[in-house]
Design a protein around this ligand. Structure first.
Ligand code: FAD
Length: 395
């Protein structure tokens, strides 16, 4: 047992045992096994309660290779449903569970995965826990989830998901990534369904909303009503997860990083590394873990410089996705937002893949914008400038 005043030393301390730091831990242990890496997580497990999904085309071959042991489900293709059309798409969809991340990270780190370890202070060379213990380290990496900032304007994707066991097989073979045939409430509403086995499903009720308030009881009722409407009888709700994910409308990424504490390397959502339209961060987190583990020297300063550069680069590259978000959130009446997605899902499978991977070509961008947009032109023009979300004018 470590006494409250004791102090330890590590090469790397990972503050927060979530997705980003979990992946960094795995990559460091694999590529730099001599480094002592301590991970500090305030909760009882690494990764909390999550099902992290991504498309096979979101990650490069190198990351896909080392993510493979974390993959719990892989489906060949998926479907979307809208009032005007439904469609099957061929791209593989993969899921990592927080249970699997916990098992893999704790196996890799052994006693250096510290659970129920709340951190109260983070400095570039030392971390202090709430119980007074300290750890000195050459590199301190802060992955404690999103940081509040006035420099980013956000909309929200919020959801409640329930892992349910049905009383009879559901017959689904592929995920339904968006079922937007449901009533539209609180912005763009859709249901997301993952078939986990013959009788188990993850059913999530999701809304793209202007505000972050999450009415859990209402969403639970919506999930029950959806299951009933599909003819599914829920025998048991086995688990639940929820989230309020950032949807980036605009921002000043340089100002965002100036607000961060100097010389501390922030990672994951805290580094604004997420797909702006979905709020999903797994592909960025995997790429970042690969980059950090390959750094010639791993110190707070080198990791901070590397993450800040990566965050600023991808933020600038993803300007177009933030424009689409502004069209969705600011130019479109909340009840009509589904029409934007309905139209988008008529485009080619390749373009849809590149959209999710945040790798749209110039031609893709033009293809998305041409035709009769489902938003009023005058409202669309008003939100072209990124600073419009702050009430200002772009230079
Ligand atoms: C329910 C849910 C489902 C999601 N599904 C997907 C998905 O399918 N695909 C995808 O790409 N993205 C998904 N996301 C979005 C995003 O990828 C996740 O939010 C992801 O977990 C973010 O990673 P992170 O490492 O930045 O933060 P987190 O994974 O949230 O990790 C932060 C960790 O820091 C810990 N912590 C905070 N403060 C302290 C402290 N003081 N001391 C010690 N520990 C602390 C927290 O307990 C937490 O474990 C989902 C998000 C949620 C909420």
């Amino acid at each position: 047992m470590v006494s409250a005043s004791s102090s330890q030393r590590a090469d790397v301390v990972l503050v927060g045992g979530g997705l980003a730091n979990g992946l960094i831990a795995l990559r460091l242990k694999s590529l730099r096994p001599r480094l002592r890496v301590i991970l500090l997580e305030q909760g009882p497990t690494v990764g909390g309660e999550h099902t992290w999904c991504h498309f096979a085309t979101d990650v490069d071959a190198v990351e896909a290779g080392w993510l493979r042991p974390l993959i719990v489900h892989r489906w060949s293709g998926y479907e979307v449903r809208f009032p005007g059309h439904s469609r099957q798409l061929p791209t593989d969809y993969l899921a990592i569970t927080s249970q699997r991340l916990h098992q893999t990270v704790t196996a890799a780190l052994g006693q250096d995965a510290w659970l129920s370890a709340k951190v109260s202070d983070v400095n570039p060379h030392q971390v202090t826990l709430a119980d007074g213990r300290t750890i000195a380290a050459g590199a301190v990496i802060d992955g404690r989830g999103p940081r509040k900032s006035r420099s980013l304007a956000l909309g929200y994707q919020k959801f409640v998901g329930q892992g349910v066991r049905l009383s009879a097989p559901h017959g689904l073979t592929r995920p339904i990534i968006m079922d937007a045939t449901v009533s539209q409430e609180d912005g763009y509403r859709f249901v997301y369904v993952l078939p986990l086995d013959a009788t188990r499903l993850l059913i999530e009720d999701t809304r793209y909303s202007d505000g972050p308030a999450l009415d859990r009881p209402a969403l639970r009722r919506s999930i029950a009503a959806y299951a009933k409407a599909q003819g599914w009888t829920i025998a048991k709700v086995e688990r639940e997860e929820d989230g309020v994910l950032p949807i980036a409308l605009g921002g000043d990424i340089d100002a965002y990083w100036r607000e961060a504490r100097p010389h501390i390397a922030e990672v994951g959502l805290r580094a604004a590394l997420f797909q702006p339209t979905t709020g999903y961060s797994l592909p960025d987190a995997a790429r970042l873990a690969e980059t950090i583990a390959a750094l010639p020297r791993i110190t707070s300063a080198t990791v901070r410089a590397c993450v800040e550069a990566q965050s600023k680069t991808v933020w600038r590259r993803r300007r177009f996705l933030r424009l689409l978000n502004r069209m969705l959130f600011r130019a479109c009446a909340p009840g009509d937002r589904y029409k934007v997605l309905e139209r988008f899902y008529r485009l080619s499978p390749g373009l849809i893949q590149r959209f999710y991977a945040a790798r749209l070509s110039r031609f893709d961008k033009a293809r998305i914008l041409i035709g009769k947009p489902p938003v009023p032109i005058s409202a669309a023009i008003k939100c072209i400038g990124e600073s419009s979300v702050f009430g200002g004018q772009d230079a």
